[in-house]
Design a protein around this ligand. Structure first.
Ligand SMILES: Cc1ncc(COP(=O)(O)O)c(C=O)c1O
Length: 383
């Protein structure tokens, strides 16, 4: 789902069986070609291809207004968005974070010279468990970096209370949380910063890309410098890097943006249909908290144990259906970090599969997947 290998997985074919189209966990949404060309024509006309060009500005402002946030900066990808958010907020020392996320959440902390301190997750929502955060705070702790896993909001109210009490900054990795609302407003309005990924496999994409939302004007000013080599004309202010988004990438975003409401409505239908087709199957689903307008970014299912998860993945792969272990592994087990084990995260990393979910998914494709799952369980339960 997340990276090219997920898109390019090669399916085993059933021996002697009818060859069926492989189904991958995601298929990138592409707007009608002429709509993308409309925006590319603008870049051709202006001869501006990067460096905060007019399409970039328009996308930045459109997203800022869509989320009703004070500051939003586009980035080259969601990983640099995390790194530069950490740097713009001046984090130092220890950062409390979740072990159940994509590796970039942890690697960004390490690249910025901070130390990740893993706090286990709430197995119902898959997000960091706020009840465990306070015990992990030490005098060296500067922040909490939590992920809205699958677009399911963290317990932002509890995290906010803890952060205020201990003077900590809060960053949300909102790579999955495009357009998620909590209590009627964008989830991106919470915390000191939120970061987004616009990778081609994400709900909204710019091929590669991302953004940082900030609430403080000074931090946003620092971020703008950090994104662009740390200088303005010939005056050098800080150590920066190149994390800019090009016009060609921003053009894809502008072409896709008008389709977003329809995309999410379609994914909601697909989700409800999966719920119906999988009724009775022994799978659990993460809990989306009350007062959430969800974006239907993913369809994760939680199996009983690792053995069943692996057996189901193989059975589906034999039918040309490619689910994905997501997230795997639990980040506290990475070879370059040291951590106390996080049992809830380990259990979910061993038991979870994200099923294929993408726009334009046909009813019979979805039926084929559900049929594969139901048949697997029929067989498994006989043994
Ligand atoms: C939760 C999470 N954080 C960060 C990233 C990194 O984003 P990108 O691939 O745009 O660098 C991703 C996706 O790849 C992600 O899923």
């Amino acid at each position: 789902m997340n990276k090219p290998e997920a898109n390019s997985a090669v399916g085993d074919r059933p021996e002697g069986g009818v060859e069926q189209e492989p189904i991958y966990v995601t298929r990138t949404f592409l707007p009608p070609r002429e709509e993308y060309l409309h925006w590319l024509d603008k870049a051709y006309a202006s001869h501006v291809l990067t460096n905060n060009g007019p399409i970039h500005k328009e996308l930045e402002e459109s997203l800022r207004q869509r989320f009703q946030v004070p500051h939003l900066k586009l980035m080259a990808n969601g990983t640099l968005a995390l790194q530069l958010a950490i740097r713009a907020l001046g984090l130092k020392g220890k950062v409390i974070t979740t072990p159940f996320s994509y590796v970039a959440t942890t690697s960004a902390i390490l690249w910025e010279g901070c130390e990740p301190v893993f706090v286990d997750i709430d197995p119902k929502t898959c997000c960091i468990d706020p009840n465990l955060i306070e015990a992990a705070i030490t005098p060296d702790t500067s922040a909490i970096l939590a992920t809205h896993v699958y677009g399911i909001p963290c317990d932002v109210e509890a995290i906010n209370t803890i952060a205020k009490k201990h003077g900590l900054k809060v960053i949300y990795d909102a790579a999955h949380a495009f357009d998620v609302q909590y209590k009627g407003r964008s989830i991106l309005q919470w915390g000191d910063a939120s970061t987004l990924s616009f990778h081609a496999t994400k709900l909204f994409h710019t091929v590669e890309g991302g953004a940082v939302v900030l609430h403080d004007a000074e931090a946003d000013h620092r971020l703008r410098l950090l994104r662009s080599f740390g200088h303005v004309h010939d005056e050098h202010f800080t150590l920066g890097m190149n994390a800019k988004m090009s016009e060609v990438h921003a053009a894809m975003g502008m072409a896709i943006l008008p389709h977003m409401d329809r995309i999410m409505a379609e994914r909601k239908q697909l989700t409800l249909r999966y719920d119906e087709l999988l009724a009775g199957a022994p799978v659990e689903r993460p809990v989306v908290p009350a007062h959430t307008d969800y974006n239907y970014a993913y369809y994760p299912v939680i199996l009983r144990d690792l053995a069943i998860r692996e057996a189901l993945l193989s059975a589906l792969a034999a039918e040309g259906i490619h689910g994905r272990r997501y997230f795997f592994p639990s980040l506290d087990t990475l070879p370059y970090v040291q951590s106390k084990p996080c049992p809830n995260s380990h259990a979910l990393a061993d038991r979870t599969i994200c099923l294929p979910l993408f726009n334009g998914m046909e009813v019979d494709t979805q039926q084929r997947i559900a049929q594969g799952i139901q048949s697997f369980f029929k067989l498994a339960l006989q043994h």
